[in-house]
Design a protein around this ligand. Structure first.
Ligand code: NAD
Ligand code: UDP
Length: 318
């Protein structure tokens, strides 16, 4: 039997948050969306505002928050290196104070709580593909550490609340996710390359483009998140969530040029410090526990994302 729940989504207007809110409403739930619009605007969720089951609250998760809900998805946090390095102290506060505040709320309500952790907890990994029992190789004082260590601390908090208060936590380690509603200026590789290609501007490859990533389409991540939240309470994760199909960044650039029919040239720029050389999730745990695996092939997902950016550029070519 389907029961209507009241669900809190933090980071509601971001890439993942907006798709999650949309899906939860479509499934018949009530959704309270929290966001401080640090890396997004209302635009991503504008189309949900007329739904009476949706409530949008402007709030920064680094401050305590009081609400009555059945479940919590804690997504609030800038996700792209450009964004999370813009205010490193705020990024750490969002990861750590945000987790403490949301866990405190979940503890009072005895609510299930999902934490959007990240493949960045593995740092620049020497184990490949990455399995959940790998502890990672993170530079604790590097330029990415505000995010990587912030997210690692958040995981520690989630498992401390689990051990100490028996809280039903769900920790998902999300790998690179892409799709419509990515921010055009957040510097992530897929949005950067698509916009550069559509404008016939040079496509900026950092390093020699041999570093790898594995890209998962947004609808696959949302399906995984919902299945995880619905799984038995003793399955806490951490669990990898992503697409194990691995590509070099140069391959991604070539594919986007091909799909957009662009005249752009490829240019090479210095590789940012601590940029992981390889990244691919081992998703056997998600397969075994949830029967989940990604369905959307890279070409299909990229086509949809390209169509989204084409529309945006048509509306505002600036
Ligand atoms: P996003 O930047 O599109 O969305 C994040 C949202 O959080 C934005 O709307 C932003 O305004 C909001 N936010 C930031 N700080 C906040 C604060 N202090 N209080 C309230 N709201 C705040 O990013 P996304 O891709 O949707 O990522 C969502 C979550 O998933 C993040 O926690 C991110 O770390 C995690 N994640 C994403 C990816 C990915 O590839 N997209 C990979 C791994 C993990
Ligand atoms: N990258 C690139 N050109 C760009 C943006 C990113 O070559 O214009 C590279 C970046 O150095 C990294 C990969 O693409 O190796 C993925 O970067 P992104 O910022 O999307 O996410 P990350 O996985 O590094 O967090």
């Amino acid at each position: 039997m389907h029961t209507r729940k009241r669900i809190l989504v933090t980071g509601a207007s971001g890439l993942i948050g907006s798709h999650l809110c949309e899906r939860l409403l479509a499934d018949g739930h009530e959704v309270a969306g929290v966001d401080n619009f640090f890396t997004s605007s209302r635009e991503n969720i504008e189309h949900l505002m007329d739904d009476r089951r949706f409530e949008l609250i402007r709030h920064d998760v680094t401050f305590p928050f009081y609400i009555e809900v059945d479940e919590i998805f804690n997504l609030a946090c800038p996700a792209s290196p450009v964004h999370y390095q813009r205010d490193m102290v705020q990024t750490i506060k969002t990861c750590v104070h945000g987790a403490i505040n949301m866990l405190g709320l979940a503890k009072r309500l005895r609510a299930r709580i999902f934490q959007s952790s990240t493949s960045e907890v593995y740092g620049d990994p020497e184990i490949h593909p990455q399995r959940e029992d790998y502890w990672g190789r993170v530079n604790p004082i590097g330029e990415r550490s505000c995010y990587d260590e912030g997210k690692r601390c958040a995981e520690a908090l989630f498992f401390a609340y689990r051990r100490q208060h028996n809280l039903p936590v769900k920790v998902g380690r999300i790998f690179n996710t892409y799709g419509p509603r990515m921010h055009e200026n957040d510097g992530r590789v897929v949005s950067n390359f698509i916009i550069q290609a559509l404008r016939n501007e040079p496509v900026t490859i950092f390093g020699d483009g041999s570093q790898t990533r594995s890209f998962c389409y947004i609808s696959d991540i949302i399906a995984c998140m919902l299945a995880f939240m619905a799984s038995p309470p003793d399955f806490t994760g951490p669990m990898n969530m992503g697409n194990p199909e691995e590509h070099t960044i140069k391959e991604i650039a070539d594919l986007i040029l091909d799909l957009t029919g662009s005249r752009s040239e490829l240019i090479f720029r210095p590789l940012p410090r601590d940029d992981p050389k390889q990244r691919r999730p081992d998703i056997s745990l998600a397969g075994e526990k949830l029967g989940w695996s990604p369905r959307v092939p890279l070409r299909e997902g990229l086509k949809k994302t390209i169509a989204y950016f084409e529309n945006r550029l048509r509306a505002c070519p600036c």
